[in-house]
Design a protein around this ligand. Structure first.
Ligand SMILES: CC(C)(COP(=O)(O)OP(=O)(O)OC[C@H]1O[C@@H](n2cnc3c(N)ncnc32)[C@H](O)[C@@H]1OP(=O)(O)O)[C@@H](O)C(=O)NCCC(=O)NCCS
Length: 200
């Protein structure tokens, strides 16, 4: 009885927290389904299109200040984008995800690191280092990123690409490509013409 009451209270508290997180998003299109545990940072810099789906425990973070430094982050997520449980999207510059793209569970898309890897930085406590970015991340429309894949700063993935499970993408991936591995390599690429695809 007490346990049921407690679980109902916890559920209501999470519902209220989730509504607050959703409201903090600058633009959230209609038809979204967002599961519990979503965490938003810098919601005013985040815009999400229609029919968005987020599985449990996703994090979408646009950091405009950290350790006294200011940033101008932008996160733009297109229409009908679906991100499964535990995904982490983070920006101090920009992360753009095109329409109809699907992220498997535990995908990380991030445009920054805790400091550079210069020798002068290594003695600073990592949490105190200035956030460092090699550039924004862009992912085209109709991409599918397999579970646990990681996309690092400065990377552009074209449209209609597949990224294999556990891939770590450190270099650009052209349209109509399949990339896999760590670091990710292009394992298939198609030259797209109007009427048919020709393997390159
Ligand atoms: C990439 C993937 C889609 C397969 O694509 P594919 O074009 O059929 O690739 P193939 O199976 O023909 O493999 C081609 C080569 O890539 C390698 N490869 C395939 N997937 C790989 C991966 N995730 N990591 C590393 N290498 C991979 C294969 O071993 C093969 O190597 P070889 O030529 O040396 O033998 C699939 O392997 C994958 O990773 N799927 C993701 C599954 C997932 O995350 N599901 C969650 C649901 S949202």
């Amino acid at each position: 009885m007490l346990a049921r009451l407690l679980s109902r209270l916890l559920f209501r508290a999470e519902e209220a927290r989730l509504q607050k997180e959703k409201k903090s998003i600058g633009h959230l299109g209609s038809g979204s389904t967002i599961r519990t545990g979503l965490k938003i940072v810098g919601g005013e810099h985040i815009s999400i299109g229609e029919d968005f789906y987020a599985g449990p425990d996703c994090r979408i973070e646009a950091w405009d200040a950290y350790e006294g430094e200011k940033y101008n982050p932008v996160i733009r997520i297109g229409n009908r984008v679906s991100i499964q449980s535990g995904c982490h999207i983070g920006a101090i510059r920009s992360v753009e995800i095109g329409d109809d793209t699907l992220l498997g569970a535990h995908v990380m898309i991030i445009d920054h690191d805790h400091g550079s890897t210069e020798l002068s930085e290594l003695e600073i406590s990592p949490a105190k280092r200035k956030l460092f970015s090699k550039g924004g991340v862009t992912i085209g429309e109709k991409c599918w990123l397999g579970e646990n894949s990681v996309v690092l700063s400065g990377v552009t993935i074209g449209k209609c690409c597949v990224i294999g499970a556990n891939a770590v993408v450190t270099q650009d991936v052209p349209d109509y490509s399949v990339a896999a591995g760590n670091p990710a390599k292009i394992i298939k690429h198609y030259m797209h013409t109007e009427n048919h695809d020709v393997p390159e």
